[in-house]
Design a protein around this ligand. Structure first.
Ligand code: FAD
Length: 565
């Protein structure tokens, strides 16, 4: 039975209480983070035009609630970015560095969205994403925001394990490991080899294939069940028979069209060569990272959005929930964004708006102005818990050297997978202890949403004991370092998802110039996908601003007319 150490002893104050609400976009109020603060929150960034309060507005302040004059925005910016997750933070920073008047608004009272890193009592742990693949664009952002010295990389040789019938199998890290790989049966290996060599039947049905259908057609049912199913759980907490290969793993899907055969291994070799040819000289300012290594920051991934917020200063507003977006009145370009804030309602006029809130929130914010966006409410996000437990190093039956272990659903183990956090990065646990981050729940375990924290910890503890601890440690009580319920964790790229998002974007392009839709339901779920979207969207926002008439005169007129209401 797990012993729960007092929350205040390990988790930060309020962490256990807020575990329920923290995953919800606007629901929870975790402990105050960077930039939370009264006066600073109300100060506009240099370059933002603030409409002076009218006599009526000043007279209308009652009990700390500011009553703005009807129809007058409280402030004006060129670029409004909604949501301070990886997507919104990247975009806001890239706009800010180009000198664009930018406002980054966040419903919660901390920046980072899904990225939640914590430190206490010698532990450093993640409650959302745990690592990123250190592609050059992420490293570039890290360097630009001043985090070069804080980057940490896991040893690229650390193996990833798959659990199967009582044993952990290290997945091959390269071709030389394949002969030693014992997870597949002889027939499973032959079947996979045939597919790899390009002996692949076409998709006769012509229908969009699920991940399960595509992998089974290419590499056989055994590779799917033992290697791909757990991988899909690890990335999406998804159901591979529902996720579409084109939407969820578009890069793998595209490999079948690169070679002479349909083989994805041939495609992968060709793509590797293409990438080498496309890559220019390495950027000397970026750290050199070995392929297969995973990245983070010294104090966890949360350092990135915090660093961005530090750069943006008072252009970040926390506790600001966007409730409605509408066209600016009088046929003028731009939008009026209506906010609920700790200081009462606020309206911001913005020439461009980039919305990175989750799909359901986007549906309700945009629904009035852009009816097509209501379809975003259909995007399914399953519930996932992240559970961080610690055990003494001596309790493990094997050395904990590796990235972690994934667990195929066929094994009937409830935990989806466990990251061996203390093996990845130094200083994640006190000496003599190991730190494990497990994810449990997902699209194939909907009942997980109804469990209590204690039940979830007990389930994860039992799975860790069965897979990783020695028999002598059966009574070892874990230290519960962190637990968080993500009621709506990761958007599922099921069949039709790409078309749904494209349809909304097309409708927006037609009737809402200067409105940009981002966030992981639209850009891809990986940390790197969100950074890439932010980089790209910054260029698009700047281009859109360049095409808009300068309305400074209109601002002054409106300010004057407001002041005389
Ligand atoms: C448990 C978990 C583990 C993961 N593990 C990994 C991993 O290891 N590696 C990896 O690459 N990816 C991982 N991911 C995926 C990755 O973390 C996310 O896709 C990414 O962080 C999403 O960033 P985002 O900015 O698009 O959205 P979010 O992080 O969801 O940010 C959206 C922001 O919008 C705010 N918001 C919502 N509504 C409003 C409103 N009305 N007004 C103002 N603000 C609003 C929210 O509060 C939130 O801060 C994981 C995700 C989860 C949930």
């Amino acid at each position: 039975m797990a012993a729960f150490i007092p929350v205040t002893a390990v988790a930060p104050v309020g962490a256990r209480r807020t575990a329920w609400a923290g995953g919800a976009p606007a629901g929870g109020r975790p402990s105050a983070g960077l930039c939370a603060g009264g006066a600073a929150r109300l100060m506009p960034r240099r370059g933002a035009v603030v409409v002076p309060p009218s006599p009526l507005a000043v007279a209308g302040r009652r009990g700390g609630v500011r009553m703005a004059a009807a129809g007058a925005p409280d402030e004006r910016v060129d670029a409004l970015v909604v949501g301070s997750g990886v997507s919104g933070s990247t975009l806001a920073y890239r706009l800010h560095e180009r000198g664009v008047s930018t406002l980054l608004t966040e419903a919660r009272d901390v920046v980072g969205g899904n990225v939640i890193s914590r430190m206490a009592n010698g532990y450093t742990w993640e409650e959302g994403p745990n690592t990123f693949q250190p592609a050059p664009h992420i490293l570039r952002l890290a360097v630009d925001v001043g985090l070069k010295e804080d980057l940490v990389f896991a040893d690229h040789t650390l193996p990833r394990f798959v659990y199967w019938k009582g044993n952990l199998y290290a997945l091959p890290m390269g071709p030389s490991d394949i002969p030693k790989f014992r997870l597949l049966s002889p027939w499973g290996a032959v079947r996979a080899g045939l597919g790899a060599a390009g002996f692949v039947l076409p998709n006769w049905s012509g229908k969009e294939e699920s991940v399960k259908e595509f992998i089974t057609r290419h590499l056989g049912a055994e590779v799917f069940a033992k290697m791909i199913d757990p991988f899909v759980s690890g990335v999406y907490a998804g159901d591979p028979s529902q996720l579409a290969i084109r939407g969820a793993f578009g890069k793998i899907y595209a490999l079948q069209n690169l070679g002479i055969t349909q083989g994805i291994v041939e495609g992968a070799i060709i793509r590797l060569r293409q990438r080498k040819a496309e890559a220019g000289d390495p950027d000397p300012e970026l750290p050199v990272v070995k392929g297969g290594a995973l990245g983070s920051f010294r104090e966890g991934l949360g350092m990135l959005p915090k660093a961005v917020a530090g750069k943006l200063g008072d252009a970040v507003r926390l506790g600001w929930t966007l409730t409605e977006l509408r066209h600016a009145p009088g046929g003028k370009p731009g939008y009026e964004a209506v906010y609920s804030t700790p200081d009462g309602p606020r309206t911001v006029h913005a020439k461009t708006v980039s919305l990175t809130a989750p799909a359901g929130a986007a549906a309700s914010i945009l629904g009035g102005m852009l009816p097509a966006a209501r379809a975003l409410d259909e995007v399914y996000y399953p519930c996932v818990w992240s559970v961080t437990l610690s055990y003494p190093t001596t309790a493990f039956k094997r050395s904990l050297k590796g990235f972690g272990n994934l667990i195929p659903r066929a094994m009937g183990v409830r935990t989806l997978g466990t990251i061996w956090s203390s093996s990845l990065f130094p200083g994640r646990a006190p000496p003599g202890r190991e730190l494990l981050l497990s994810y449990i729940g997902g699209a194939q375990d909907k009942g997980i949403a109804d469990l209590s924290e204690e039940e979830v910890v007990a389930a994860v503890d039992a799975d860790i004991k069965a897979l990783l601890l020695s028999a002598d440690a059966a009574d070892e009580a874990p230290v519960v370092v962190g637990i968080r319920k993500w009621a709506r964790a990761i958007p599922q790229y099921v069949r039709g998802h790409l078309e749904l998002v494209a349809g909304v974007r097309e409708a927006a392009a037609e009737s809402c110039p200067g409105l940009f839709l981002g966030g992981n339901y639209a850009s891809g779920v990986a940390f790197g996908d969100c950074v890439a979207w932010g980089d790209k969207a910054a260029t698009e926002v700047v281009a859109a601003l360049g095409n808009m008439p300068d309305d400074e005169a209109a601002v002054s007129e409106e300010a004057v007319s407001t002041a005389t209401v």
